[in-house]
Ligand binder design. Structure first.
Ligand SMILES: [Zn+2]
Length: 170
């Protein structure tokens, strides 16, 4: 994971949500830093809550994509390890939609660790990664197939669609 000093300094927390570049483009602002200056702390904490919570934008996108493709699913099945986001009973498959930052997406620029409170973020994200791995092992032991979809995959919906088709054809 790389360190993006400027971003960390501006935010003092995790990086911008995946859709930030679109907001940026819409407002025609010249640089990220100008944009980040304009984010109020209130907005920032609501972004953070959204990243950690249910019904995040990437999750909604994946759900609507699955629905359009004709796959039926259930949401947040509590009896399964890790309360998976999306469960497809017919395929005995579990889909996790992960934020790149919070779940430590390897070699992903969205998973950049801030330089401020670096140790804190590293420990936090490592904890999430380990929990994710434990959940996948437990689910596989119950006979489920697991698919993790990353937030950054939302920028190429066609590729994501292909990935789903390939996954479900196996
Ligand atoms: Zn990513």
């Amino acid at each position: 994971m790389k360190i993006h000093a400027a971003a960390a300094e501006m935010l003092g927390g995790p990086p911008l949500p995946f859709y930030a570049p679109f907001i940026l483009a819409k407002r025609s602002l010249p640089t990220d830093s100008v944009f980040m200056d304009k984010i109020s702390s209130e907005k920032r904490s609501s972004n953070m809550a959204q990243v950690k919570g249910r019904n995040t934008k990437p999750e909604i996108l994946v759900r609507s994509l699955l629905h359009k493709m004709g796959y039926r699913f259930r949401l947040y099945v509590k009896k399964l390890p890790g309360n998976p986001d999306i469960v497809l009973p017919r395929y005995k498959t579990v889909i996790f939609v992960h934020g790149c930052f919070w779940h430590g997406h390897e070699d992903c620029k969205r998973a950049t660790i801030p330089v401020t409170r670096t140790e804190f973020w590293l420990a936090k994200i490592k904890g999430n990664e380990e929990r994710d791995k434990r959940n996948i092992v437990a689910l596989e032991n119950l006979g489920y197939r697991c698919l993790t979809i990353w937030q950054c995959e939302m920028k190429d919906i066609e590729a994501l669609k292909q990935r789903l088709v390939v996954f479900f054809s196996k």
